[in-house]
Design a binder for this molecule. Structure first.
Ligand code: IPE
Ligand code: IPE
Ligand code: MG
Length: 242
């Protein structure tokens, strides 16, 4: 099963407490740690977390710097724990606008966890789904590329463009916290048949109970994929619930 999460509401969490927005991001990083462990225990195959969108570059430089620093710290501090749990770490999104330091941390995390066969953790940084789709479409249209491109071939190109370590497949469940109901340019292709779950909870408050609440809600959904509701088609990827 592939779960994707739009981790939203850090700023509001902090503002409500009279704290600077960056304090919300620090607390949000703790929720990331917990969610990764909860998902791995729940036998999720792939977890894709939206950490920084391409549109987030429009935020104040100090907030961007704090987010990038936290991201580097997360990779530095968590990679070993991930490897111990068999979690393969992979960063998707653009790499050409990240600092050299961060790039080194990303490459190190990916290298150290490359042979892990448990959950595939994908952290989306400087990610824009529209950008990825456009890049893949351009590659598909190149002279040496395919004429009539099959969906699978296009998905392979998308995987390359995104630096995804392996085919993550379609998203089964998309969770968005922070009481917003939009996709904000996240995994537009992959969410074609995703079940959507919106939580009012602000991301730093998202815990194991909230995660299981989302899973329970998902378990009650009937996925039809345009058909008439064959119960055996519960999950697009594995055919099973976690
Ligand atoms: C999500 O929280 C984290 C990132 C976008 C990096 P926000 O920072 O968007 O928090 P709100 O939506 O302003 O509360
Ligand atoms: C989406 O949250 C991006 C991440 C969670 C990383 P935003 O807070 O940036 O989304 P909008 O601007 O409200 O759509
Ligand atoms: Mg937000």
């Amino acid at each position: 099963m592939h779960i994707a999460v739009i981790m939203d509401g850090n700023g509001r969490w902090a503002t409500k407490r009279g704290l600077p927005r960056t304090a919300g991001h620090v607390e949000g990083a703790k929720a990331v740690r917990n969610t990764v462990e909860t998902a791995a225990r729940a036998d999720v195959d792939t977890l894709t977390l939206y950490a920084f969108s391409a549109a987030n570059w429009s935020r104040p430089p100090t907030e961007i710097a704090a987010l990038m620093k936290l991201f580097g710290q997360y990779l530095f501090g968590e990679t070993r724990r991930c490897v111990e749990q068999g979690i393969r770490v992979n960063v998707i999104g653009r790499r050409d606008r990240l600092s050299d330091n961060l790039l080194r941390s990303i490459e190190q995390s990916e290298r150290l966890s490359a042979s892990c066969t448990g959950m595939h953790l994908r952290l989306a940084v400087d990610y824009s789904s529209q950008y990825s789709i456009l890049q893949a479409a351009q590659r598909a249209g190149q002279p040496a590329g395919h004429g009539d491109i099959a969906t699978q071939d296009f998905e392979r190109l998308l995987q390359e463009v995104d630096h995804s370590a392996r085919d993550a497949g379609p998203v089964d469940l998309l969770i968005r916290t922070g009481n917003e109901r939009r996709l904000s340019d996240f995994l537009l292709w992959e969410c074609a048949y995703a079940e959507l779950y919106f939580s009012d909870c602000l991301w730093p408050d998202f815990d194991e109970t909230e995660f299981h609440r989302a899973l329970e809600d998902y378990a009650g959904r009937q996925r039809r994929f345009g058909g008439l509701g064959d119960k055996s088609a519960k999950s697009a990827t594995s055919g099973e619930l976690p």
